[in-house]
Design a protein around this ligand. Structure first.
Ligand code: ADP
Ligand code: MG
Length: 572
């Protein structure tokens, strides 16, 4: 929690006040048995009715004070811990948004989710419990012991001798169960991940009849969690029965030993009644202390997971700008190599140049590194070696805001969001209605006019009320809307029919002549007009040039062209 100190700082005063009120409540609680003992041992034998009522009233008063101060302090603790957790969650979300793609790969989405939800919840619980029990339990424990010793030291010592039993058992249990709690959290991450994958892929899973397999997969992680839960449960299960045993043993001893001492005239009978209460109080306080300990460790583990994200460094620096070379091309890759994991290569020593307004086509089988090139160009990942330049500037020296503004992009498997069609096209940017109309028109999204409400028609979550082709056109429209300097289309026309695809290309050529375009496609017809085409295989360029050159020089390209376009017949 030390690393999250700054979130506590504004609430220190408030939390100390909360605990002071708790302390007062605990004090009034401790007074009650004492007052009762006085009534029983002094006032009742003396037959002093007035005093009995007075002291009885005192007990009632203490009870009410105790109740009120506890309610007040508990509400205050809920407030401060809620506010603190809110601030932590806010910053955590913010940090997660800004993590680099590489950091997110390492963290994993499901872990990010559970840190944002269950870990912050644990922190909240720890803070709340700590305020509610943190001073109350020790106060009741120590205060109770002091009161007992004052009333009858001998009997008090007998009871105090019982306390180490509980202390030892809880120490043992906590030590055993804490690592299990940490593990529990990790397995919980796993469950979230499995469910997430399952729900995202629900249609594919059904279509391919993988339901049984998925059930089995979930069953596995579910069992793992159950086993850890069970183990943790089994270990902790000793605590409560031991506590009950100690309590009952103590109460029996109080009555037994107390009776002898009262008989011998060494103790007043009221002390027995007071002791019964104090011992119960002390034991509960003792359990409270150990519960705080567990809560603390759990919260501490969660705080660490949260702090790890909050303190993760910016892993992409902005380099110093240099004066760009004269006549630099718009986009240039210079001997760029990259690997996601450090194992194998996903981009191997790649070089190419694109002038402003030119089109680059990228072709290659799945997994050959097509999207990777786009990720590198947009600086979602930093290349391991080599340089990527835009207008002669190393992209690492361009501030992110400025860099990302250059791009209009449709990612592979991009998704539309819930909202109106206009919202989706505009995507929170400053784009006027006319520009939206144009973008929609060039993206061949005529379907918008046929929707009820046109631009203001509602799109459901993930665009469920649109067809694949409609979604793609909407996404292309979104990429075009801000009139980008560089347009990136990753397999963005796969759901368009040939005719629409051709119309789209014509619209781009005519209206975005200055826009440099990078397009990934499966169909040669989609990129045969590109100025430069890269043919990729396992991260390496095996062919580069325009269509005609590649037909001559690249066997794979020529082969694909033959099977896709038939005997030289052109489509689109
Ligand atoms: P393509 O777009 O040509 O289908 P990608 O560029 O997406 O291929 O992927 C190239 C290779 O990099 C693949 O082997 C893929 O498994 C791997 N890869 C892609 N993204 C990641 C990632 N975030 N972490 C690790 N490996 C990745
Ligand atoms: Mg791809």
């Amino acid at each position: 929690m030390g690393r999250l100190k700054k979130y506590l700082r504004p609430y220190w005063g408030f939390m100390i006040l909360t605990m002071a009120i708790k302390l007062f409540g605990a004090y009034t609680e401790l007074m009650i048995p004492d007052l009762m003992e006085t009534i029983l041992d002094e006032k009742v034998p003396a037959g002093d009715r007035q005093s009995i009522f007075l002291y009885g009233g005192g007990m009632l008063f203490c009870a009410v004070l105790c109740l009120l101060s506890n309610i007040l302090a508990n509400r205050m603790s809920a407030k401060s811990s809620g506010q603190i957790t809110r601030a932590i969650r806010h910053d955590l979300f913010n940090r997660l948004e800004h993590l680099s793609a590489r950091q997110m790969d390492k963290l994993t989405v499901s872990s990010a989710e559970s840190r944002l939800t269950s870990d912050t919840y644990n922190i909240n619980q720890m803070l709340a419990r700590l305020q509610r029990m943190g001073v109350r339990a020790p106060m009741l424990l120590i205060g109770g012991i002091i009161m007992m010793v004052r009333m009858d030291a001998a009997l008090a010592l007998v009871l105090i001798a019982l306390l180490p039993i509980i202390a030892l058992v809880t120490y043992f249990v906590t030590k055993k169960s804490l690592p299990l709690y940490t593990k529990q959290q990790t397995v919980l991450d796993k469950i979230v991940r499995t469910v997430q994958e399952n729900i995202t892929g629900i249609r594919v899973i059904k279509a391919l009849s993988k339901t049984e397999y998925e059930k089995e997969r979930f069953h596995k992680v579910n069992t793992e969690l159950t086993q850890i839960d069970q183990k943790a449960g089994t270990v902790s299960a000793i605590t409560n029965p031991t506590a009950s045993l100690t309590l009952n043993l103590g109460l029996t001893l109080v009555v037994l030993i107390g009776a002898y001492r009262v008989n011998d005239g060494r103790m007043d009978s009221g002390v027995i009644v007071a002791f019964l209460q104090y011992f119960t109080m002390i034991l509960n306080a003792m359990l409270g202390v150990t519960r705080i300990f567990v809560m603390w460790s759990k919260g501490e583990a969660s705080a660490k997971r949260v702090a790890d994200v909050l303190e993760s460094p910016e892993d992409m620096e902005i380099l110093e700008q240099i004066v760009p070379e004269e006549n630099a091309p718009h986009i240039e890759f210079r001997n760029v190599s990259f690997s996601y994991t450090g194992i194998g290569v996903n981009t191997a020593n790649m070089s190419f140049r694109l002038e402003r307004g030119q089109t680059l086509g990228i072709l290659g089988p799945t997994g050959s590194g097509k999207s990777t090139i786009l990720n590198l160009l947009m600086r979602l990942y930093d290349a391991d070696e080599g340089q990527i330049l835009i207008d002669g500037q190393d992209i690492r020296s361009i501030p992110f805001q400025q860099l990302r503004q250059k791009f209009g992009v449709v990612f592979q498997n991009d998704f539309v969001m819930e909202g109106t069609i206009a919202d989706n096209l505009r995507f929170f940017r400053d784009v006027d209605d006319e520009a939206l109309q144009h973008a929609a028109e060039y993206a061949q999204a005529e379907f918008i006019a046929t929707k009820e409400g046109g631009m203001n028609a509602e799109v459901q979550v993930r665009g469920n009320n649109l067809s694949g082709g409609q979604k793609q056109r909407l996404l292309i429209g979104r990429a075009l809307a801000a009139n980008p300097e560089i347009l990136i289309l990753d397999d963005a026309s796969s759901a368009l029919d040939y005719r629409t695809d051709a119309k789209l290309r014509r619209a781009l050529r005519e209206n975005y002549a200055d826009t440099t375009t990078v397009l990934v496609a499966q169909r040669i017809s989609s990129l045969r007009h590109a100025d430069v085409i890269l043919v990729l295989q396992e991260g390496a360029v095996i062919g580069m040039g325009n269509h005609e050159q590649l037909m001559e020089s690249c066997e794979e390209y020529a082969y694909l062209a033959r099977i896709q376009m038939g005997n030289g017949q052109e489509v689109g």
